[in-house]
Design a protein around this ligand. Structure first.
Ligand code: GLN
Length: 285
């Protein structure tokens, strides 16, 4: 195994046999990342011979990919909303579906908070992807994000500093609202854990390499979502604002009814795969 072509063929075949669906893309991503070149370089120079050291590193990562480690953990990187985020094992990898939540949130900020400051609270920062994207796209936003995980705190900090948002995105170590003292927010947002234990056990093997705390919740996945619905309004300034929560497909109806019990109107937003994905609660609007 000497040339790029040899390595591509070996890697793709190896991952295909391991049942990795995205075997071609993942092989090529790993090779291009180790060589520090664009993917197009691989196809334009199939006869190029990487160094032995590089081949060794590529083989190691492809082998780990075969053990179903997500690419984000192997390459310490994931793209979300057109930006690159630093990721490592122990932190939740941002998902493309969550871009739906972010784009709806940004639309609301543009529509309702034009030319004025908006204060947002995020429950469960993870890598910081949501807060960073909102911070960059809404310059009028001041953001407070919390997480219980030490790892999430350190990784989100890295991503926040990388995008120079240190003065507008603040990190709090807490579970949810416990560190919040006053009702001062306009928007509350969260991509909480919402899988039931069964969902989790039947999820892709890659998902099970991710932190369970970021994925699984009691009460069939609904525990934290319901808590945010129940308690969120108390932290909105003048009991007015918006709550955006990512949800799982099939959870919408129950959560809509649950919201109604507290006098809250919830709207369900679907993703591109036509799955229920976001719960938007407008309070006092
Ligand atoms: N949609 C995610 C998954 O299936 C779950 C995300 C979450 O619990 N917040 O991996």
């Amino acid at each position: 195994m000497k040339t790029i072509k040899d390595i591509i063929l070996w890697g793709r075949n190896f991952l295909k046999n391991k049942g990795v669906e995205s075997f071609s893309l993942d092989t090529d991503l790993i090779i291009s990342s180790i060589l520090g070149r664009e993917k197009s370089f691989l196809y334009a120079h199939p006869e190029f011979e990487p160094s032995n050291e590089q081949i060794g590193r590529i083989k190691k990562l492809i082998t780990l990919r075969g053990h179903r480690f997500p690419v984000s953990y192997l390459l310490n990187s994931k793209e979300f909303y057109g930006l690159e985020f630093y990721i490592e094992r122990g932190v939740f990898t941002p998902r493309p579906e969550t871009e739906i939540l972010v784009s709806n949130l940004l639309d609301t900020i543009n529509a309702e908070y034009k030319n004025r400051n908006v204060k947002m609270f995020e429950i469960g920062l993870g890598s910081g992807a949501i807060s960073v994207v909102v911070g960059l796209n809404a310059v009028n936003a001041t953001i407070y994000g919390c997480d219980v995980s030490k790892k999430a705190i350190s990784i989100s900090k890295k991503n926040i500093l990388r995008y120079n948002l240190g003065d507008r995105v603040h990190i709090i170590r807490s579970f949810d609202f416990d560190a919040v003292k006053e009702a001062s927010f306009d928007i509350i947002v969260s991509n909480p854990p919402y899988l039931s234990l069964n969902d989790y056990l039947s999820a892709e093997k890659e998902v099970r390499k991710e932190p369970r705390k970021a994925l699984i919740a009691r009460d069939r996945g609904l525990f934290l979502i319901k808590k945010i619905i129940r308690e969120g309004r108390r932290f909105l300034k003048n009991q007015r604002g918006f709550i955006f929560i990512e949800i799982g497909d099939g959870q919408g109806e129950e959560l809509k009814n649950y919201s109604l019990k507290f006098g809250l109107e919830a709207e369900i937003i679907k993703d591109y795969a036509d799955k229920e994905r976001v719960l938007k609660i407008s309070v006092g609007y």
